[in-house]
Design a binder for this molecule. Sequence first.
Ligand code: KMH
Ligand code: ZN
Length: 294
Amino acid sequence: MRGAARSPGATLSDEVVITVAAVGAEVTRRQQPNLPLLPDEVGEEYRRAHDAGAAIGHIHGRRPDGSPTQDLETLRAYADAIRARSPILQQFSTGGAVGMSVEERIEGLALRPDMATLTLGTCNFGEDVFENSLPTIRTILDRIREHGIVPELEIFDDGMLATADALIAKGHLRPPLHFDFVLGVPGSAAATAENLLHFARSIPPDCTWTVAGIGRHQTRMAALALAMGGHVRVGFEDNIYYRKGELADSNARFVERVVRIAREVGREPAGVAGARRILRLPAESTGARLAGAT
Ligand code: KMH
Ligand code: ZN
């Protein structure tokens, strides 16, 4: 796939799919007092972000004391609280937090969220190492497949694009696929225009991509993606400041800013229905159907 001539962004769209990563695994209440932790807080935060224009909620679990967990009951409580308040698409993290067991990272997939992340390699993550060996990737992918969930391929570094190619070549992943380029994690690929262009050019032509710029890079990466035809992720998981020295008062504030920039460059938030179409998701959430049946 790589090196082939293709337009940046592969599948371009006038609509922008906005993902909100409202919780994350690392940020603390001490750093960001508005971080939602309890199910009702999380449900409200995703509702506000949805009402502001977000179509997808990227979801990590937390215990009431703020410690990260991907345990099934925590994610069930979050999923129910979110679903009760808005139709935002639910994307579960399978990255969890550094050091979590693979089994913990994937147990929530039994709830059949609309999407689940799949990081395609090991990378440095600040002072830590985010472990995603090929056996780990295959275990997570098998569970994603078993539950019929649509993956979002997380790319933190260049080598992960090569792994995507290898998995596609072996038939383990089948395009069209959706990618998320996470740029600016200390120790992984820097948040530069060159890297974003290179990543966007390196995926198969019928695929879609989102960018998640970390920290102060969030808004600039979003603006680049909006100009290039890509999609955007914002939220406390990636950035806690609205601008230098000013903490954001909610995740929705970030979404509102992306919507404003999008409209200035002639793009509209896709909303949930648009995101389903653009990312080729099923018309209805399996998880919601299961919840409705119980
Ligand atoms: N918390 C990071 C170590 C994902 O959600 O899939 C991994 C992460 C990736 O956040
Ligand atoms: Zn995450």
